[in-house]
Structure formats: C-alpha cells, structure tokens
Design a protein around this ligand. Structure first.
Ligand SMILES: [Zn+2]
Ligand SMILES: [Zn+2]
Length: 137
C-alpha cells in the first residue's frame, strides 16, 4: 500500500477536495482548475496541480493514471476500479471487489521492483454507444 503522509488542510486544499467530491466525472487537473477557479478566482493552475499531487499523495483523493491519457482525479477513495471509454476517454466507476492478481517477484518482472499494479477496464460509454446507433440510422 501507498504510505500515507500527514496532511495540512489549507483552504485551497479543502475547496479542491470539496469540488472533487461533488462530481463523478473523474476530472483532469485542468478541469479541476476550472471548477475551483469559480470559488478561488486567483488560484493558479500550478497551485491546483501541486495540491492535487499532495492530496493524492496523502490518500485523500485518488489519482487515476492510464497509459497515454491525461491523469484524472477522483474524490471517491472507496475500493473501486475504473472503466475508460475508448472513443471519448470518459472515465466511469466499476464497483467490483478488487481483482486477485498473484504476487510477482523481481525474477518474474525482468528485475523490476514491483510497487503495484493497475486494473483498468475499457469499453464504450452510453453516450458514444447511442451516437453510433443514431449515426447508423
Ligand atoms: Zn464515450
Ligand atoms: Zn472512481
């Protein structure tokens, strides 16, 4: 597990956390910036980035990293996985118990020290599925 660091809750962090908890859209840092700016007009994008890093480092929010796409953030830290739309990159929640992955040691991983693993589902979101159907008609 990731080591949780003690966290000092500044006003900026509280507002960032608050905004993130309101949505289920798994926003990117840029989108979080747009949301937070309505309440903190003077905040900079760099500050939002830094605070998102600190909040996810402390385990207060989740950082969702997936290959090649922009990092996204989740205010819901309960045990869940994610599904990404292959068409529009929208990220949704998948509420299943964690998938069992066998322990891997260095000799099985080309000498890499294994820190963790990621399970990501992918598919087509309802909006994109609907679009495909209507364009066919
Ligand atoms: Zn989609
Ligand atoms: Zn989520």
């Amino acid at each position: 597990m990731i080591q949780k660091r003690p966290l000092r809750m500044t006003r900026q962090r509280r507002i960032i956390l608050d905004e993130l908890k309101k949505v289920k859209s798994h926003p990117t840092a840029d989108q979080v910036y747009e949301m937070v700016r309505r309440r903190l007009p003077k905040i900079s994008l760099a500050t939002v980035y830094r605070n998102l890093d600190i909040l996810s480092g402390a385990g207060v929010i989740l950082k969702i990293e997936s290959g090649g796409t922009q990092r996204r953030y989740d205010g819901d830290t309960s045990d869940h996985s994610h599904i990404r739309c292959v068409r529009c990159n929208r990220v949704g929640d998948v509420f299943v118990s964690p998938v069992h992955v066998p322990a891997v040691d260095e000799s099985q991983a080309c000498g890499f020290t294994v820190l963790g693993h990621r399970v990501e589902f992918y598919g087509v979101c309802p909006e994109c599925a609907r679009e495909k159907k209507s364009s066919r008609a």
